[in-house]
Design a protein around this ligand. Structure first.
Ligand SMILES: *[C@@H]1O[C@H](CO)[C@@H](O)[C@H](O)[C@H]1NC(C)=O
Ligand SMILES: *[C@@H]1O[C@H](CO)[C@@H](O)[C@H](O)[C@H]1NC(C)=O
Ligand SMILES: *[C@@H]1O[C@H](CO)[C@@H](O)[C@H](O)[C@H]1NC(C)=O
Ligand SMILES: *[C@@H]1O[C@H](CO)[C@@H](O)[C@H](O)[C@H]1NC(C)=O
Ligand SMILES: *[C@@H]1O[C@H](CO)[C@@H](O)[C@H](O)[C@H]1NC(C)=O
Ligand SMILES: *[C@@H]1O[C@H](CO)[C@@H](O)[C@H](O)[C@H]1NC(C)=O
Length: 436
């Protein structure tokens, strides 16, 4: 799972088919720790799905109509703002759209789709996964409108702050906006972790700031080998992203997957525990603890930062990995071609815990931030995305170093992740007029 991220950032991790561990994890101790970690982590993913509950869509009629147990059919006559003020955007289901209606862009119209997300280029045979729209129970989620979006953000800077899924989200937005204006590539660091695009006519700056943990972290090196685990300083943020905050008007935070590694946790410079280290005398505090502390640190910093005053902060909740029939390195795959219905999706487990923690932390930050003119809002994608096991690149991510492995974490472009930007626009539309 999260080694998919590693592969994208560190090409020196080499996996061979049937091999359980990256070759750099040489020592017996780390093999042991790592196997423990893998067992814990990946069993969580496997537990999410019982393989008997496959959807049974067999013919065209089934496809052109929404699943019978989905509660609403998208009603175009309904005004976009119908009950939106009190509608829960995140409680809903996926409904089928007429073929051709749902696509905002293709791999031809959007030149910035990265190779690993260009599922059609990489040979994905089915196209139905691009033809579903999110339908909240009590209202309609308006379609994304690039013109409207660019009007909202004219003269502003927006940053996606987090791991490779934050990047995936930004890549979707780039494509959605490119129908209105081609972005100019302004900046890219050597590792391609920090990237800046400019929509010149709208004077809109779009950034991605890669930070796997938000907090200051260094990879543990034992006897000269990278271990894949990190030392996390939970009370100290990574300055590489915080230095940009004063220039940012809209910040969209996310993170989670990297916290599932065997990490060691520090506060005040002292070791206070670990996550999945399996070491006698070091308390395993669990990934949830570290996630909570990291978001707390980030949001507390923002609410104390004088130059950041007036910032709009969104938290995009955890988007779970969805390997089935095994862990990522045991032939685990994600080859479904239909969404889950509300009844089929399995909610709970660790993904749900991470989401709850993130919601608690954004609520806490909101209370503090409102007093000083900051806005904090939730973008709760966890349930909607758990319903989309069909939206991942799976085998079609074109990674020649990892042939035979599936990517069941990131999302195809175009695909269900475009919905995150429909949420984003709708949140801005609803909340900005009441802000300031
Ligand atoms: C979602 O909406 C349905 C229908 O309005 C309601 O019964 C259900 O309680 C809601 N679920 C949540 C989690 O709010
Ligand atoms: C776009 O997708 C099609 C399949 O739908 C594929 O044949 C083509 O090579 C892709 N083109 C690009 C530029 O990605
Ligand atoms: C673009 O936006 C920035 C930040 O709001 C502002 O300082 C600058 O003057 C704007 N430039 C133009 C050409 O409007
Ligand atoms: C590091 O190397 C030393 C000397 O080769 C060895 O004794 C020690 O066990 C190694 N430590 C780990 C954690 O593998
Ligand atoms: C910050 O960025 C620099 C340059 O890319 C990198 O060398 C350094 O490790 C980063 N610092 C942290 C704490 O991630
Ligand atoms: C997914 O792959 C498994 C194993 O190769 C296969 O048994 C199953 O039929 C596939 N499912 C779909 C929907 O293609």
């Amino acid at each position: 799972m999260d080694l998919c991220h590693a592969v994208q950032t560190r090409k020196n991790y080499v996996f061979k088919k049937g091999e359980k561990f990256p070759v750099s994890f040489g020592s017996p101790v780390f093999l042991l720790l790592y196997s423990l970690f893998l067992t814990l982590v990946f069993s969580c993913y496997m537990l999410h799905f019982s393989f008997s509950s496959f959807l049974k869509f067999t013919n065209k009629e089934d496809y052109s109509a929404p699943p019978t147990n989905s509660l609403h059919i998208s009603d175009q006559s309904q005004p976009a703002d119908y009950k939106t003020s009190d509608c829960d955007l995140f409680n809903g289901s996926w409904v089928a759209e007429q073929k051709g209606n749902s696509l905002y862009y293709t791999n031809l119209s959007c030149p910035t789709i990265p190779y690993s997300k260009n599922c059609m280029l990489n040979g994905r045979p089915d196209e139905e996964f691009m033809q579903w729209r999110w339908k909240p129970e009590e209202c309609r989620l308006p379609r994304f409108n690039a013109k409207t979006f660019l009007t909202f953000v004219k003269g502003k800077t927006m940053a996606f702050i987090g791991d490779s899924l934050a990047r995936n989200h930004m890549e979707s937005l780039l494509c959605l906006l490119s129908s209105e204006e081609s972005p100019t590539d302004m900046y890219k660091d050597v590792e391609d972790k920090f990237r800046t695009w400019l929509f010149r006519h709208h004077n809109f700056t779009l950034m991605v700031l890669r930070t796997e943990f938000l907090v200051f972290a260094t990879e543990r090196i034992i006897n000269g080998s990278f271990t894949g685990g990190f030392d996390l300083h939970l009370d100290k943020l990574n300055g590489n992203w915080t230095q940009h905050l004063p220039n940012i008007d809209y910040a969209i935070f996310s993170d989670g997957h990297w916290f599932l590694r065997p990490n060691y946790l520090y506060e005040n410079g002292n070791l206070i525990g670990c996550v999945y280290c399996g070491e006698a005398g070091v308390q395993d505090l669990g990934p949830g603890y570290a996630i909570r502390r990291a978001f707390q640190a980030a949001f507390n910093y923002i609410n104390k930062c004088v130059e950041c005053s007036g910032i709009v902060v969104l938290l995009r909740t955890f988007s779970a990995g969805q390997f089935e029939q095994g862990a990522w390195n045991e032939g685990g795959l994600c080859n479904r071609t239909r969404p889950f219905t509300r009844e089929e999706v399995k909610i709970g487990d660790q993904d749900w815990e991470f989401r709850s923690i993130q919601i608690e932390e954004i609520e806490r930050a909101k209370e503090d931030g409102e007093k000083i003119g900051n806005m904090f809002e939730l973008m709760d994608v966890t349930r909607a995305m758990l319903m989309r096991p069909d939206g991942h690149p799976g085998a079609y991510w074109g990674n020649k170093w990892m042939k035979g492995y599936s990517d069941c974490i990131h999302w195809c472009l175009p695909g269900p992740i475009d919905t995150w930007n429909e949420f984003l626009l709708e949140i801005l539309r609803k909340k900005l007029p009441t802000f300031h």
